[in-house]
Design a protein around this ligand. Structure first.
Ligand code: 5AD
Ligand code: SF4
Length: 492
């Protein structure tokens, strides 16, 4: 944590007032109430109250956790190193079964911690809580949990925390869906110099294996003015890299009253906020990636040369079953257009192995796309059956040993190609954003190229948050060892 202040808008609330019904005013009312409750509790205990937020899953969850931390710190909690804290919150993921199992495992441990700290509050939120089966199980067998809320009412966290602190019962608040977006709540950024920015919530694609549309709800885009305002504030606070976040950023803006394309939004961000040095975004769905976006990336000086373009499968037959709405040929054609327009692009992807009915021939089609697309990195997943999705009801689920064998062959190929691709910048001097002191060797800094490739180089902590020219001396598989260069490179 190296950020000084909360990002916040001041909302003056007099706590003698009746509880406001409008948002976010209502939450600022509860923030004032919480300040008093936390102060009283900490005076009684003779020490500050501590909190720990643990995030599972994707960048969206990471950003949500920053908002949750923002509120906790605003009301007087201090960050703790471990889960031996007064308030512990797990922000959960449910995209694969493994993610759920991890949460149950850690809850067992939390229960033992709570036995020695009876006043401890344990809270759960995020995607897993949107599954009725999970909540049933928690209510039955995990009675020591104090607060459970979902993805749609996360903006109500201050109110729910107040309830949890002032009640003995388990507080449960889960909504099925929502069409609202509440702006202007505080947040506590993990990094002072870079930040995620939500541009939309939810997903309308219903890929047949995926639980996200059920737990994150229908697609809703934020208004461009609200997004720009947030980024302007972040830039004013020293942020130089932003990551625009959405499950499918390429369909951004389609449902707004005044529709806007994602490429238009990117252009406005770049033109209207000159303090930014780097603009990233995640995730792109191939079916919606427009020529307008490719042109915008090509013309831009600030949009990073990195695109995460999930393939999922290289077999057109499986893609149809997955409801992805593109074929192998269309995907490869898109990659070709991207490579022609932006030659120094770094391409990364997600691939699922063992989708129901996947044959060796289908799998070979995936291997073929991996060879042709030449990904810098590919995140490979074993298909996980998610109850309630269409794929879970499909027959001919692939046997475990077959899936494992395919998975290891795919991983070998992905790594072999990734190593070759990553090495393409060896010997060049390129701008690196220094992000942290290296965990293993404190004489080194760790940073990233705009292509998202990691670079370690000797340097001191005062460089963190700066973009510096680095000579990429040696490629070690997926990262570089480099040295700071005195040579002036192009302004980024
Ligand atoms: N099984 C395995 N992987 C999945 N993903 C989404 N749902 C599943 C599932 N049921 C993967 C996809 C997606 C990434 C975030 O997680 O590859 O792009
Ligand atoms: Fe899931 Fe498909 Fe939506 Fe991505 S686009 S979140 S894989 S349904």
């Amino acid at each position: 944590m190296n950020q000084k202040d909360n990002d916040r808008t001041e909302h003056h609330i007099d706590i003698a007032d009746t509880i406001p019904s409008a948002e976010p005013k209502r939450q600022y009312y509860f923030i004032e109430q919480l300040k008093k409750t936390v102060k009283e509790k900490s005076e009684r205990l003779g020490r500050p109250l501590s909190y720990k937020v643990v995030t599972f899953g994707c960048q969206m969850n990471a950003r949500d956790s920053e908002k949750l931390r923002g509120i906790l710190e605003m009301v007087g909690y201090e960050p703790a190193e471990s889960e031996e804290a007064d308030f512990v919150l797990y922000n959960t993921c449910t995209v694969r079964e493994n993610a759920n199992l991890k949460v149950y495992g850690r809850l067992g441990y939390l229960n033992s911690v709570k036995k020695n700290r009876p006043e401890m509050i344990i809270a759960l939120c995020g995607c897993m809580m949107q599954e009725p089966k999970v909540v049933e199980k928690l209510q039955k067998s995990y009675r020591f949990v104090d607060l459970i809320f979902g993805t749609h009412n996360i903006y109500k966290f201050a109110e729910l925390l107040y309830l949890a602190l002032t009640s003995d019962r388990m507080i449960l608040d889960i909504w099925k869906d929502t069409d609202r977006i509440v702006e202007e709540l505080p947040s506590k950024r993990t990094y002072s110099f870079k930040s995620g920015v939500n541009i939309m919530f939810g997903c309308n694609n219903f890929c047949s294996y995926c639980i996200v549309p059920y737990v994150r709800g229908r697609e809703r885009s934020r208004r461009p003015e609200d997004i720009l305002e947030e980024i302007r504030r972040l830039a004013g606070d020293g942020v130089l890299e932003i990551m625009l976040l959405g499950q499918n950023v390429n369909s951004y803006g389609k449902t707004l009253e005044e529709p806007v394309s994602f490429a238009q939004l990117l252009r406005r961000v770049e033109e209207e906020i000159p303090e930014l040095s780097r603009i990233r975004f995640m995730t792109s769905h191939p079916k919606d990636l427009s020529d307008e976006l490719i042109q915008t990336m090509k013309d831009s000086r600030k949009i990073c040369r990195h695109l995460h373009l999930p393939l999922q499968s290289g077999s057109s037959r499986i893609l149809k079953e997955m409801n992805r709405r593109y074929t192998k040929e269309q995907y490869l054609e898109l990659v070709k257009r991207l490579r022609e327009a932006i030659p120094d692009l770094s391409l990364t992807t997600d691939i699922i192995v063992g989708f129901p009915g996947e044959t060796e021939e289908d799998f070979q089609e995936t291997m073929d796309v991996v060879r042709q697309a030449e990904y810098d990195t590919a995140f490979t997943f074993i298909y996980s059956k998610r109850t309630g999705t269409p794929a879970a009801a499909m027959e001919n689920q692939v046997p475990d040993d077959v899936v494992k064998d395919r998975f290891s062959r795919l991983l070998n190929l992905v790594q072999e190609i990734g190593r070759k691709r990553t090495g393409r910048f060896q010997g060049q001097i390129l701008p690196v954003l220094a992000e942290s002191v290296n965990e293993q060797d404190s004489s080194l800094l760790t940073g990233r190229l705009e292509q998202n490739i990691v670079v370690h180089f000797p340097g001191t902590a005062d460089l963190i948050g700066k973009i510096v020219p680095v000579y990429l001396r040696e490629c070690r598989g997926f990262y570089y060892l480099g040295e700071r260069s005195q040579e002036k490179i192009y302004e980024s």
